[in-house]
Design a protein around this ligand. Structure first.
Ligand SMILES: C[S@@+](CC[C@H](N)C(=O)[O-])C[C@H]1O[C@@H](n2cnc3c(N)ncnc32)[C@H](O)[C@@H]1O
Length: 241
């Protein structure tokens, strides 16, 4: 923790220059779907329509998985969290369908959401945790988290006892925490830390259950990169006890 109690974030917050259409979406459209400190976590009101189930994606990267899941599951509410501004901007193009300036309507406030079931927190999820009520979330996706492979950086890995305590609190009993990774250090680390955590059980019954993507999977950029570069991703589903 930093002195002001905000957790220290070690990844990138900004990358290449964000093009005009995406900057406009960040400036004008993001506020429509952004989670702020005054957002009330109510399944009847926080999304475009009432939902029964809420899925949370931590570190959604370019947003392909989050947008894909949101399109496939219009009856569920999705909370996407990403620190990297370029990734947030990309998600906005996916859920609005606006890629170029010429596609932008005059009045962006009337822009119809192609996925009105997505809400975004554009900062560190550890700041958001305290706003989320107990048992509010049905499924959490933590896909290809930064592996921080060096031993001296192990404390930066997202799977750690402090974060698991928060995840156990916000995931309902019987809900799922899905972790995918292609990094051998992170594979072993996840299995060990999760094994020692009394709040979750691994759902795998045989190796096919973690070697193959789950049936409700949507491809991600890091998954494609891993396969191109000859690494084998694994998919671990843990049930909240
Ligand atoms: C290696 S990328 C994977 C992106 C995406 N999940 C995918 O599979 O393509 C990890 C992402 O997690 C984000 N991230 C890491 N720690 C985070 C945190 N504490 N809160 C929110 N996002 C985080 C990073 O900004 C980065 O975009």
């Amino acid at each position: 923790m930093q002195e002001n109690n905000t957790p220290k974030f070690f990844g990138r917050r900004k990358g290449r220059i964000i093009r005009k259409a995406k900057s406009t979406l960040l400036e004008k459209f993001l506020p429509k779907i952004k989670i702020g400190s005054d957002t009330v976590f109510d399944k009847n009101t926080m999304f475009g329509k009432p939902v029964k189930e809420v899925y949370l994606e931590i570190g959604f990267g370019d947003g392909a998985h989050l947008a894909g899941q949101a399109f496939k599951n219009p009856d569920k509410g999705f909370i996407g969290v990403e620190v990297f501004q370029n990734g947030v901007a990309n998600l906005l193009t996916l859920i609005t369908g606006i890629k170029e300036g010429k596609d932008m309507p005059q009045d962006i406030s009337i822009l119809p959401d192609r996925a009105d079931n997505v809400r975004v927190f554009d900062d560190d999820v550890r700041i958001l945790f305290k706003q989320i009520p107990d048992g509010f979330v049905d499924k959490v996706f933590l896909l290809f988290p930064d592996p921080w492979p060096k031993k001296r950086h192990a404390s930066r890995r997202f799977i750690n006892p402090d974060n698991l305590k928060e995840l156990a609190r916000i995931i309902r009993h019987g809900g799922i925490l899905r972790v995918a990774t292609d990094h051998k250090v992170y594979k072993a680390w996840t299995l060990r830390i999760m094994h020692d955590c009394p709040d979750f059980e691994w759902t795998a019954k045989c190796s096919n259950d973690w070697r193959n993507p789950p049936s409700d999977w949507v491809e991600t950029k890091y998954q494609q990169k891993a396969i191109r570069e000859g690494r084998k991703p694994v998919f671990f589903d843990y049930r909240r006890l």
